[in-house]
Ligand binder design. Structure first.
Ligand SMILES: Cc1cc2nc3c(=O)[nH]c(=O)nc-3n(C[C@H](O)[C@H](O)[C@H](O)COP(=O)(O)O)c2cc1C
Length: 245
């Protein structure tokens, strides 16, 4: 059924999309309208609770097709994708990150190590500081089987490029953003997992486990699955603070 939208009156609340499962309405030129695009953006939230259901090959290909549409520096399309659906590998990755995080938390608990860490990576430590008290419990829970790293997601997609690719990080993140939005349109839930990206680049064992090609750096990691809960309302965030020159 085609639904006519009065674009002058639409406030982009997103209810029509949520309640009636309406697909994107098209604007006059065949593209989704800004309002419907905003409804999609508002409905995208990080999902961390998944059903047991696997993500189908068709859905994975649809996510990758969305990623392939992203802009990329010099149009070289250099981003590599590693899709992991093997539950044993996913679980081993979580456990390995849990173990590493636990050790790191133990080191950070030592004043001399913390002082050295701050000296060498002061900025990184400042960003990490609110997380520090959570590292140990997160590691312990994960090692007990309550996966706080990949949340028992049935699928992880790692986006990587050659380590020294001049545009690698930006290319990968734009592709990843497309994956997050495409997941929402497919009824999948997704979440960026920085807790995997950092350790995978620093630990050889983890890289081998995930079969990251030699010389590549992972720029972003995304988990996906069928969400256990539906969020009933989208979120409208305020305009960001902006300098207008
Ligand atoms: C670079 C980056 C790293 C992230 N790492 C994690 C992570 O390791 N674990 C996690 O649960 N969420 C992670 N997230 C998700 C954020 O917590 C989430 O995007 C943020 O709280 C905003 O919520 P929303 O995505 O629902 O809008 C990460 C997001 C980004 C962009």
């Amino acid at each position: 059924m085609k639904i006519a939208i009065d674009h002058d009156k639409c406030t982009a609340c997103g209810r029509c999309v949520e309640v009636c499962n309406i697909n994107f309405s098209e604007g006059p030129d065949g593209k989704p309208t800004y309002e419907h695009f905003m409804a999609l953006l508002r409905s995208r939230r990080s999902r961390r609770e998944f059903t047991e259901q696997a993500v189908s090959r068709e859905h994975i290909d649809a996510l990758l097709a969305a990623a392939a549409q992203a802009p990329n520096g010099l149009n070289r399309r250099n981003v590599g994708y590693t899709v992991i659906t093997d539950r044993k590998v996913l679980s081993e990755l979580s456990l390995a990150v849990g173990r590493q995080t636990g050790k790191f938390a133990d080191w950070l608990a030592r004043p001399a190590f913390r002082a050295l860490f701050k000296l060498l990576w002061g900025r990184a430590y400042a960003d990490l500081e609110p997380l520090v008290p959570l590292l140990k419990p997160m590691a312990e829970e994960t090692l007990k089987g309550n996966d706080m790293v990949l949340y028992k997601a049935p699928c992880a997609i790692l986006l990587h490029t050659l380590k020294h690719d001049a545009c690698g990080a930006e290319d990968a993140v734009y592709c990843g953003a497309n994956i997050l939005l495409a997941a929402e349109t497919l009824g999948l839930g997704a979440c960026v997992i920085g807790f995997l990206t950092g350790p995978i680049n620093s630990g050889r064992g983890l890289r081998e486990l995930a079969r990251i090609p030699p010389g590549h750096k992972v720029h972003t990691s995304i988990i996906a699955g069928h969400p256990r809960f539906a969020y009933s309302q989208g979120l409208l965030r305020p305009l960001p603070e902006t300098r207008r020159v």
